[in-house]
Design a protein around this ligand. Structure first.
Ligand SMILES: [Mn+2]
Length: 451
């Protein structure tokens, strides 16, 4: 006997179930519970939490059109959550649609995308507490906008590419009073510097989903329950171009959400991906989101961006400011960019400390601006006192020069100078001990010469 095919005037005896919803009703609480097959209601004066595991006895009767457990005898249960979650997941239907960006990588990634969609719909059906951390750029923000159409989540802006131990402590602290919470990490957390934080988060008992497109150097799948990352199905550099916002949009479509398609172009514009056509409007939207993300502090909620996009006047003003800031630096970038090596793949450096920019555009975007000015196979390095940013074009990639590979080699060869870093083949960054940036640049030039 399960909750789906139960009839009226049936006696339940010690039926295991999970609370999925709670309402105040006529001076007491009205609860919705699931056994993974179907749902029933009951009323009680006792306050209980969403996600609580129960064993219920009582008679099922129809009241106000709904099946209710009358005068239930409720006892706490233990160890039944995972089984009921699995049953719910089995019964959830997702939509199999053709992907907007076709190709082998997406075909191979389909099982993960469908499973992620199932897990989100399951979490929604079970009223699970969800916490979503999104990377602070246009890609991360649009991905979060797509996912929150499916499931209500507590959203937090992540201002670093790594899931640090600080981040995990904050999450674990915030989640300690929640039963069986779900954590979604979007557009970050696959690098080696995230491993320690992820291990701790996993140990706290939270279920963790990671949606990312950065090279999976930290083997994130070992420390989460599901990883959606094109690098799991491809070793090719173009895996990175299936950006996190695009993947999230496909996950939302599989969940049956319409109207999320327009987010994909913004995500692609933000991360310079060419898997989908990008309109002028997409590019502008990406600039606005990037600008806002640069100036907004830690822990920003997603509504901040949603409201700004919908407020036409604010949007227009931000766009003007952001474009002016980008234009202003172009001449300075030209003045401070130097060709350091002229060869089959050339190397340029830009001293970003000498460019008058406040926070926007940041060092990465200054490097991108320089990158847009060079021709032929090239590596552009934006440098500052304790770090550098890589931009590498297709001509150089074809000749085997890839930022993530250079970074792995540098971490082994210069472990005392390199303090961290990572990224894609085309775009990446490094933290370097102060005073040693020049030696690292020399080493990079040697590697490019040898390629
Ligand atoms: Mn991204």
């Amino acid at each position: 006997m399960n909750f789906r095919n139960i009839g009226e005037n049936t006696a339940l005896e010690n039926a295991g179930c999970i609370i999925t919803k709670r309402k105040k009703h006529r001076g007491q609480f009205s609860y919705l519970v699931t056994d993974g097959e179907g749902e029933l209601e009951f009323e009680s004066g006792k306050f209980m939490q969403i996600g609580e595991e129960l064993r219920i006895s009582g008679t099922v009767e129809r009241q106000y059109g709904f099946l209710q457990i009358i005068k239930p005898k409720i006892e706490p249960a233990e160890g039944i959550y995972a089984g009921i979650l699995a049953k719910t997941e089995e019964n959830i239907k997702v939509k199999e649609l053709p992907f907007l960006a076709s190709g082998e990588i997406m075909d191979k990634l389909r099982p993960e995308i469908m499973l992620c969609a199932k897990k989100l719909l399951t979490a929604k059906a079970m009223g699970r507490h969800a916490r979503l951390r999104f990377h602070n750029d246009a890609d991360g923000i649009t991905g979060a906008l797509a996912l929150t159409k499916v499931i209500r989540a507590h959203t937090h802006q992540q201002n670093s590419a790594n899931y640090t131990v600080y981040d995990s402590m904050r999450d674990i602290g915030n989640l300690q009073s929640e039963k069986n919470p779900l954590v979604i990490l979007l557009d970050f957390a696959c690098g080696k510097d995230s491993v320690e934080g992820l291990k701790l988060l996993k140990a706290s008992g939270a279920e963790v989903l990671i949606i990312d497109h950065h090279p999976n150097e930290g083997n994130a799948q070992e420390n989460c329950s599901l990883l959606v990352n094109p690098w799991s199905v491809s070793r090719e550099e173009r895996a990175s171009s299936y950006v996190a916002g695009y993947l999230s949009m496909e996950i939302a479509r599989a969940c049956g959400e319409d109207g999320v398609e327009k987010l994909a172009g913004i995500a692609c514009a933000g991360d310079k991906s060419t898997i989908l056509p990008v309109s002028k409007k997409d590019k502008e939207m990406a600039i606005v989101l990037d600008y806002m993300a640069t100036y907004s502090g830690f822990g920003n909620k997603l509504d901040f961006y949603k409201n700004a996009i919908e407020n036409k006047e604010l949007y227009a003003s931000v766009l003007v400011q952001a474009q002016e800031s980008l234009d202003r630096i172009t001449d300075e970038v030209k003045a401070h960019m130097k060709k350091r090596y002229d060869g089959p793949v050339s190397v340029y450096t830009i001293d970003t400390e000498r460019i008058k920019s406040r926070e926007f555009p940041g060092k990465g975007k200054i490097t991108t601006r320089g990158f847009e000015l060079v021709e032929g196979p090239a590596v552009v390095l934006g440098v500052w006192k304790n770090g550098l940013s890589f931009r590498i074009n297709s001509g150089a990639i074809e000749k085997g020069v890839m930022a993530n590979e250079i970074i792995s080699a540098l971490k082994k060869e210069m472990p005392d100078f390199i303090e961290g870093g990572g990224g894609h083949a085309r775009a990446a960054s490094l933290r370097i001990r102060e005073g040693f940036v020049d030696s690292v640049v020399e080493k990079i030039i040697e590697k490019v010469k040898a390629a």
